[in-house]
Design a protein around this ligand. Structure first.
Ligand SMILES: NC(=O)c1ccc[n+]([C@@H]2O[C@H](COP(=O)([O-])OP(=O)(O)OC[C@H]3O[C@@H](n4cnc5c(N)ncnc54)[C@H](OP(=O)(O)O)[C@@H]3O)[C@@H](O)[C@H]2O)c1
Length: 240
């Protein structure tokens, strides 16, 4: 895909990977609808980006938001070429400390909302004969670790959904892909307890959000007869 003038939606754009990807794709000439809950962060992002962009604030678990984002892309820019389906949270904890409400909220944010947006997007892409959907999975979409059972479950579900959609849409011009980051320096784990953060300390040089953004751009810019179904990017030191 030629990113210059391409129109895309980026979720989880107020921070971390979504923020860095919005900046990078905007720098490449894409026109963007950016979303997350924090309006002031989105406004700052739009101000800092070089290209055309619109901020639509809201919770990704609001069932009307996915279609609202698509409508905003079409209203402002006339079409939709790609979606970076990236918003997510990571609540971890051993069996005896896990918060059931935080766990089920994570399922809704990481999988239910991502599935809703994925289907809303491919319903636009399929009839127009082109469109790229990239969802943010994780190394924990391929492997598990104690204390992150449900987070892993949401990311395994993203992997399964994306692969099945890729097979269903093969030959239609619609590409369905996942990016699988390892430990990346963002706010994702900022709410963890100090003892939960110990596992992160072993990795002195995490991946940067800008590295993931570069990978996303690479996936989008492949010629239309090529698809990169999965891209795993890890810190050199990560042993998981
Ligand atoms: N960092 C890592 O090590 C790592 C590794 C593998 C995969 N990932 C995945 O990467 C993705 C991005 O995370 P990140 O690392 O960039 O973390 P981050 O800096 O915490 O960003 C998370 C983004 O998701 C948004 N978000 C969370 N809950 C939301 C909700 N209910 N409605 C709308 N937006 C919501 C946040 O915005 P608001 O708070 O403003 O709503 C924020 O923009 C996630 O899917 C995560 O699972 C991260």
């Amino acid at each position: 895909m030629e990113l210059h003038n391409a129109v895309g939606i980026i979720t989880g754009a107020s921070s971390g990977i979504g923020w860095a990807t919005a900046k990078r794709l905007s720098g490449a000439g894409a026109k963007l609808v950016v979303t997350a809950r924090r309006q002031e962060r989105l406004d700052q992002l739009v101000e800092e980006m070089s290209g055309e962009a619109v901020a639509v604030a809201g919770s990704i678990v609001d069932p009307s938001l996915p279609q609202g984002l698509i409508d905003a892309a079409i209203r402002h820019f006339g079409r939709l070429d790609f979606v970076f389906n990236n918003a997510g949270i990571m609540n971890v904890g051993k069996v005896d400390e896990v918060d059931d409400d935080a766990m089920t909220t994570m399922i809704r944010v990481n999988f239910e909302a991502a599935a809703r947006l994925a289907y809303a997007a491919v319903k636009v892409f399929k009839p127009q004969g082109h469109g790229d959907l990239i969802t943010t999975s994780s190394i924990l979409g391929l492997k598990v670790r104690p204390g992150a059972a449900v987070y892993s479950g949401t990311k395994f579900a993203i992997e399964a959904m994306s692969e099945a959609l890729r097979l269903e849409l093969a030959g239609t011009g619609v590409r369905v892909m996942v990016i699988e980051p390892g430990y990346t320096a963002t706010d994702l784990q900022s709410h963890w307890k100090p003892e939960q953060k110990l596992s992160l300390k072993a990795t002195k040089q995490p991946v940067q959000a800008a590295d993931i953004a570069r990978a996303v751009q690479f996936m989008l810019e492949q010629p239309n007869y090529v698809v990169i179904p999965r891209m795993l990017m890890l810190p050199m030191e990560q042993t998981l």
